[in-house]
Design a binder for this molecule. Structure first.
Ligand code: NAP
Length: 248
């Protein structure tokens, strides 16, 4: 059976590093993105240059119809999905909880939580032996923030990642006997453009002294853990977590 991976938010940062590595490991890769088509196309072109197969698909993971279309596109173009990386995520300007309004909270949970649930649903419908599938693996990209809570920055975002951790455990147990493994990675402070969303592009350099290893991480270091959890080398691991945080 061909290996087919969907990487949500695969155009930039951790998702792009994961897409490149998955392609090197023989997956046909769907590089999902929200709006930065040029970045997603560049990842696809790089994979093609290396002899791999990849496809960029625009879809907002918080939109149910977009997610359904994303998976149907992959069915038709690459074949039945065998690996899902729930990587797309977002955050908003740093602020205290006592400043947050309902609209902000709704946006955060729609992308970070509901988006991952919808993608997981579509993956399970295709992978589960209960639905005639042949199994597969899901990796959720959580965050060290799920443990730390991100006080004074984005407690909403951290709480979304806490929800993802709980979903990882619950779904893992739900589908463990149906050929699907579900695990998560918790990145720490990683050098990507993500921090600009919070209004502080240089955040990693400010906070890195709190990290026992005294540095931020690289997207490739997170991708290594994600792709290992997807692989058969992790065949007896489900409902578990790898922290890629430099010790914090
Ligand atoms: P990034 O460089 O900002 O990339 C985010 C990617 O997600 C982009 O490809 C973006 O698409 C896509 N995306 C955003 N909203 C989306 C939506 N609604 N639907 C589909 N795609 C969407 O971020 P990153 O640092 O690689 O973060 C990736 C994941 O790691 C996130 O879940 C984040 O919470 C988690 N994480 C990051 C860090 C860190 O320090 N960087 C730490 C812990 C956890 P466009 O390119 O089209 O904008």
């Amino acid at each position: 059976m061909g290996k087919v991976a969907i990487i949500t938010g695969g155009g930039r940062g951790i998702g792009a590093a994961t897409a490149r590595l998955a392609a090197q490991r023989g997956y046909a890769v769907c590089v999902n993105y929200l709006e930065n088509r040029a970045a997603a196309d560049a990842v696809v072109a790089e994979i093609a240059r290396g002899g791999g197969k990849a496809l960029a698909v625009a879809a907002d993971v918080s939109s149910e119809s977009d997610v359904v279309r994303l998976f149907e596109t992959v069915d038709q173009s690459l074949g039945r999905v065998t690996a899902l990386v729930n990587n797309a995520g977002t955050l908003e300007k740093q602020m205290r909880l006592d400043q947050m309004d309902a609209a902000r909270l709704t946006r955060a949970f729609a992308v970070n939580v509901i988006g991952s649930f919808l993608c997981a649903r579509e993956a399970v419908r295709r992978m589960s032996t209960r639905h005639g599938g042949k199994g597969g693996a899901i990796v959720n990209v959580s965050s060290g923030a799920a443990r730390l809570g991100s006080p004074n920055e984005y407690v909403d975002y951290a709480a979304c990642k806490g929800a993802i951790d709980t979903m990882t455990i619950g779904l893992a147990h739900e589908v463990a006997a149906e050929g699907i493994r579900v695990n998560a990675v918790r990145p720490g402070y990683i050098h990507t453009e993500f921090h600009a969303l919070g209004g502080e592009p240089g955040r990693v350099d400010r906070v890195k002294q709190q990290v026992p290893m005294k540095r931020g991480g690289r997207p490739e270091e997170v991708a290594n853990a994600i792709v290992w959890l997807l692989s058969d080398e992790a065949s007896f691991s489900t409902g578990t977590f790898i922290d890629v945080t430099g010790g914090r």
